[in-house]
Design a protein around this ligand. Structure first.
Ligand code: NAP
Length: 286
């Protein structure tokens, strides 16, 4: 396990983010800004966890008064759960945890990604949604859309065998009706006016990724929400924007999950808009 903590931060409580790769994580930028503002005696660092054995070693090492807690990113959001002493309902349902608080040598797990997803949508009227992709982030998105009372949801993915059980669980719990479509089926359909379309696939992260075919059907009545924030504007976001749609990238989700995690770590409310601006500035400088 390696990390970037330098000697000037040896004093104070430890808090951070684990994952692999981790060096591009923007979480230290947003957390350390408020740690400094609020004059808290702590430092938020990146911890590169290279294997399951390292995860085991890391999680056991944090059960001490030195630690406040840690965030979890790819690929450990599921694997970390078996180490936790307590989990909240969102972790139990989604099956993924992105925030762990260390309290009296106990590890308590939360999922702030789900609530984070909804932050930029909270003042919008949404009646139906299309969710592209059925990986980890998609589970948090489906959970939150259903929890917000959106009943009409279409999940578009390549292989539904891995999401069938989860969709059934969410449909039963929230009395939703998530329908399942392949990309081929979805391309044949018309997009209802007013739809929210959320891309939770990794398509768009690489400059060479080709946009999905349906993107040309997007018009000014739609909201196109992509969880990607690096690049800041993907090809699909550009096309949707040119077609007049409202476009949202993943930076607000990142900011709000961070603000919620900060509150769980330090019991201080911090401003999501400030976190968003820090992410935007960092993205445009780096
Ligand atoms: P993941 O578990 O690896 O899921 C990736 C999804 O993309 C899977 O459903 C995968 O389908 C699909 N996919 C990949 N290539 C595809 C293609 N060519 N055609 C159709 N589908 C394809 O990853 P994740 O953790 O859910 O993350 C997904 C995205 O969300 C990433 O871009 C990540 O950066 C972003 N994210 C953002 C935030 C934020 O705070 N803004 C937080 C979490 C994640 P298969 O299973 O069929 O391969």
């Amino acid at each position: 396990m390696s990390h970037s903590r330098d000697k000037s931060h040896d004093e104070g409580k430890k808090v951070g983010v684990i994952g692999m790769p981790i060096k591009h994580s923007k979480s230290p930028v947003i957390h350390n800004y408020f740690i400094k503002q609020l004059k808290l005696n702590a430092y938020y660092d990146r911890y590169e966890v290279k294997s399951d054995a390292h995860l085991d070693q890391f999680v056991k090492s944090v059960k001490s008064d030195e630690w406040v807690g840690f965030n979890v990113t790819i690929p450990y959001k599921q694997d970390v759960i078996k180490y936790l002493d307590e989990i909240d309902d969102s972790v139990a349902i989604i099956g993924a945890c992105n925030t762990v608080v260390v309290k009296e040598n106990r590890l308590i797990g939360y999922n702030t990604d789900a609530e984070g997803v909804y932050y930029p949508l909270k003042n919008k009227v949404i009646t139906n949604a299309v969710v592209l992709g059925n990986g980890g982030a998609s589970r948090a998105v489906l959970f939150q859309l259903c929890a917000e009372g959106i009943k009409n949801i279409c999940l578009v993915a390549r292989d539904h065998s891995k999401s069938n059980d989860y969709v059934k669980k969410i449909n039963d719990q929230y009395k939703c009706d998530i329908s399942l479509k392949t990309f081929e089926e979805f391309n044949q359909m018309s997009l209802s006016d007013g739809s929210l379309i959320i891309n939770t696939t990794s398509i768009g992260m690489s400059i060479s990724d080709e946009p999905f075919n349906f993107i040309n059907k997007i018009n000014q009545s739609h909201i196109f929400y992509d969880l990607i924030y690096n690049p800041w504007k993907t090809k699909m976001m550009s096309i949707a924007s040119q077609n007049g749609a409202q476009v949202i990238n993943g930076a607000y989700m990142l900011a709000h999950q961070g603000a919620l995690a900060f509150n769980l770590f330090f019991n201080h409310d911090v401003d999501t808009e400030v976190m968003y601006n820090l992410i935007k500035e960092d993205s445009h400088n780096g």
